[in-house]
Design a protein around this ligand. Structure first.
Ligand SMILES: Nc1ncnc2c1ncn2[C@@H]1O[C@H](COP(=O)(O)OP(=O)(O)O)[C@@H](O)[C@H]1O
Ligand SMILES: [Mg+2]
Length: 277
């Protein structure tokens, strides 16, 4: 079943009295429970697109249904934001309280969830992101990866159907990235959430069920990570370079060394290399 279904989405920003067209009749369909990764060069419109999913940007033209809610209907905005939560890039911009548990509870209070349910919901959300035990800490005393996981907990406490992650690992160190990706993986696998993740680390796209490639304001391609990430020409057209193991495959190919398959990860590359004698 379709969780997100958009057709003919068109969007332009107005800046200095001029229109800047970003999305040009874009069609997109994301299934319930799917882990979708959106790839595209800087400025290709990834954030613009996903901001339509929870009505942070109004639809200018086209049709968009998210979790059965018409995203063009302004009266449903709050319901839409509750079923479609979003975490952003900057871990320092997402806190409203100086205590972790109050911060995670904030959305619940806003949505008038009955008081007696709040502590349980907060605990469950913090457990999901591996941050139980940090309830009384100040968000500002946490590492970047921990901050992003608390921000994610704030979204999860609302029990959304869809979680959107807009470059949430971009400002993190490698350990923080791993922690956050692990939480995201758990969300998808254990909690069966629909996940839409934008990333500019192309290696992270390997985690996806399907990769959506954005370029020139439309969807250039969508397919499994293997289909999209092993196609250097397709990626190049979208202004991206393939993951390192894929590049190494083609570099070896040019020197006459043929691996049996194109490796997507370092582990696969090592396996393939070990089979050369
Ligand atoms: N508020 C805005 N006003 C005017 N132009 C914008 C605004 N936000 C983004 N843009 C422009 O729209 C294009 C797409 O931006 P964005 O969706 O943020 O791309 P991405 O997330 O893929 O990097 C870029 O050229 C960007 O400069
Ligand atoms: Mg962006």
């Amino acid at each position: 079943m379709c969780m997100i279904s958009g057709t003919g989405i068109r969007f332009a920003y107005e800046a200095d009295g001029r229109l800047k067209r970003v999305l040009r009749d874009l069609d997109i369909q994301i299934q319930r429970g799917e882990f979708a990764v959106v790839l595209g060069a800087n400025g290709s419109g990834k954030s613009t697109l996903v901001k339509h999913f929870n009505a942070l940007l109004p639809l200018q033209k086209g049709e968009l249904t998210v979790a059965g809610i018409n995203a063009a209907g302004r009266s449903d905005i709050w319901r839409l934001r509750r079923v479609c939560g979003m975490v952003f890039q900057n871990p320092d911009n997402q806190f409203v309280s100086s205590v972790v548990e109050e911060d995670v509870a904030f959305g619940l209070e806003n949505y008038e969830v009955p008081r007696e349910q709040i502590p349980d919901r907060v605990r469950k959300a913090l457990r999901l992101v591996g941050m139980e035990g940090y309830e009384n800490r100040s968000p500002h005393s946490l590492s970047g990866g921990q901050k992003q996981r608390v921000a994610l907990a704030g979204v999860l406490a609302l029990e959304p159907d869809i979680v959107i992650l807009d470059e949430v690992t971009a400002m993190l160190d490698p350990q923080g990235r791993q922690e956050v990706l692990e939480s995201v993986r758990r969300l998808h696998e254990q909690e069966k959430k629909t996940v839409v993740m934008i990333t500019h680390y192309i290696e992270e796209a390997v985690l996806a069920d399907r990769v959506f490639l954005l370029g020139d304001g439309v969807l250039q391609a969508c397919g499994t990570p293997r289909e999209i990430l092993t196609d250097p020409q397709l990626l190049d057209k979208a202004g991206l370079t393939p993951p390192l193991p894929v590049k190494i495959y083609y570099d070896l190919y040019k020197t006459g060394i043929r691996l049996d398959r194109i490796p997507l990860t370092n582990e696969e590359l090592v396996e393939e290399l070990c089979q050369l004698n």
